[in-house]
Design a binder for this molecule. Structure first.
Ligand SMILES: *Cc1c(COP(=O)(O)O)cnc(C)c1O
Length: 358
């Protein structure tokens, strides 16, 4: 019985076709820009999103951190949602690498509005950080895979222009958004100064992210990648996986979204689930009904009722694991499921059975 791994869309292993593409890759030393497959991947991404240039990097954390560094000077600030990956999950790198502060906004499930951004921009005063960059995340991981409506991005872009701010898109899961909205990569690319995409999430490669921007931005980004230790040599084997993924694994993301909705509709029927964030793509985030504290359950009838409904993430995840389903805690009472390339329909159906058995 294969394990149903809903931990993250980063857990995918290369398919046979991807491995063959990697095996056949022509490679060279990319620090000297002599890896033809890396060059091809960068050119492909730049053309796809309508940007002048692209840079292949080991991780999405690195592409984001490079973008922060190139767009800002020390004592600047970046404006972003409090759920942003750059704030939550990149070890505070904005302060470490770039010497900048962060101006956190409360959007809806990680999605900002132009009004929120406009009101957050600081006036130019000697005693204030200088607002210089806005980062949006599409889809937003902590927001439950939430999608930016395209017109929202355009409106935020207009606010950025008004205040002379750069706009960076953390598009780790941009293709999950695009297959739902039906927009083209170029239409999103046109609204931002830089963007980062992950090849190792839903697209299923073992390693890699790509940063895009204009020539001057990518020239500087290449230097910052090197100082961070991200200059790779025969990286074409990894780039080949990326090219394969862009050609074969984008449209099928819709299946992951169907699978996520199946899981969510099963959860909606279950007594131990308190609430589920709206499911728009491949991420399902939900809260468990909290266990009733022992002191308030002296009455044995109430105690068994409480036990029946309430649970801790640890107990729930342990039950799932014993039944071949892997997931993760995403807060004190919160669980996250992520669907991906290696989760097939029959595995989703099995996971639903396991959920019903708790
Ligand atoms: C995964 C992810 C990243 C990058 O993560 P790495 O593990 O460093 O590749 C960036 N932003 C978002 C929204 C992500 O989900």
């Amino acid at each position: 019985m294969p394990i149903v791994n809903l931990l993250s869309d980063t857990v995918t292993k290369p398919t046979q076709g991807m491995l063959e593409a990697m095996f056949r890759a022509e490679v060279g030393d990319d620090v000297f820009r002599e890896d033809p497959t890396v060059n091809a991947l960068e050119a492909k991404c730049a053309a796809l999103f309508g940007h002048e240039a692209a840079l292949f990097c080991p991780s999405g954390t690195m592409t984001n951190q490079i973008a922060l560094k190139v767009h800002t000077r020390p004592l600047d600030e970046v404006i972003c949602d409090e759920m942003s990956h750059i704030y939550q999950y990149e070890v505070g790198g904005y302060a470490f690498h770039s010497g900048i502060s962060v101006n956190l906004l409360k959007g809806e499930n990680g999605i900002l509005t132009p009004e929120l951004v406009d009101a957050a921009v600081k006036p130019r005063q000697d005693w204030l950080p200088k607002s210089s960059l806005v980062v949006i995340e599409n889809t937003c991981n902590k927001g439950g895979g939430s999608i930016y409506p395209p017109e929202r991005i355009r409106a935020i872009r207009a606010v950025c222009k008004k205040h002379d701010l750069a706009l960076h898109l953390d598009g780790a899961r941009i293709f999950n958004a695009l297959v739902e909205t039906g927009d083209t990569p170029a239409s999103v690319g046109a609204e931002v100064d830089s963007l980062s995409i992950c090849l190792s999430k839903g697209l299923g490669t073992p390693v890699g992210s790509v940063l895009m921007g204009n020539q001057a931005f990518i020239a500087e980004a290449r230097r910052v990648r090197k100082v961070m230790g991200g200059g790779m040599r025969q990286a074409g084997y990894l780039a080949a996986a990326g090219i394969y993924a862009l050609d074969h694994h984008v449209e099928r993301l819709k299946e992951d979204h169907i699978h996520a909705r199946l899981l969510a509709s099963a959860l909606a029927e279950l007594p131990y689930v308190a609430n589920i964030r709206p499911v728009q793509t491949n991420i399902v985030i939900f809260d468990l009904v909290a266990p009733v504290p022992a002191a308030s359950t002296a009455d044995p009838a109430r105690l068994s009722a409480a036990k029946a409904a309430g649970t801790t993430p640890a107990a729930f995840l342990d039950y799932l694991k014993r039944n071949g389903v892997i997931a993760s805690a995403f807060g004190p009472q919160t669980i996250r499921f992520v669907t991906h390339l290696d989760v097939k329909r029959e595995m989703v159906e099995r996971a639903v059975e396991v959920l019903r058995g708790f």
